[in-house]
Unconditional design. Sequence first.
Length: 184
Amino acid sequence: MDEEAIALLVQLVVMCVFGGICAAIAGSRGRSAVGWFFVGMFTGCIGIILVLVLPDQKEAEAREKRIRLENRRLREQLDKERQVADQRHQHVERRLGVHDEALGVDTSRPPQLPGGTAPAQLTETGTGQWFYARDNERQGPVSAETIRHLLQARAIQRDTLVWSQGMQDWSELRHVDEFREDVA
């Protein structure tokens, strides 16, 4: 064998080594081993660098699968929670209907005010937004007329704490000038 043949054989062996290294790395990263064998064979070190720089497709596919499973689980959980919330809402509506019947009021729509004033007009021209405490939790903001309606429906009492812009602190409903007539 002459030197030229030996050099060609050595070059072919080196190309196959680079191709094999690229194929092994590519296969472990979820890429085509055969394709990357030829890329490594013809580009040498550059092929190895390229296959190392590219993202791992196995990890990306596993991550996508986890995300799809998590999204499916969350959708199922959300559907279950919606069903439970709908059932609770229906139950509360039935209970409120029974209470409305017993009290002789209709809380499903705002009450008609004396003088035929529409509730929407009242909230636009009302004195502001009110907050009230129920079960140690802040409720609102609501209009003053809503506070009056809640008081009339006995959903709140005269000792219910209320607050509005301009007040120093929460105060019992009976001590607020705007509602003294309603509480009396």
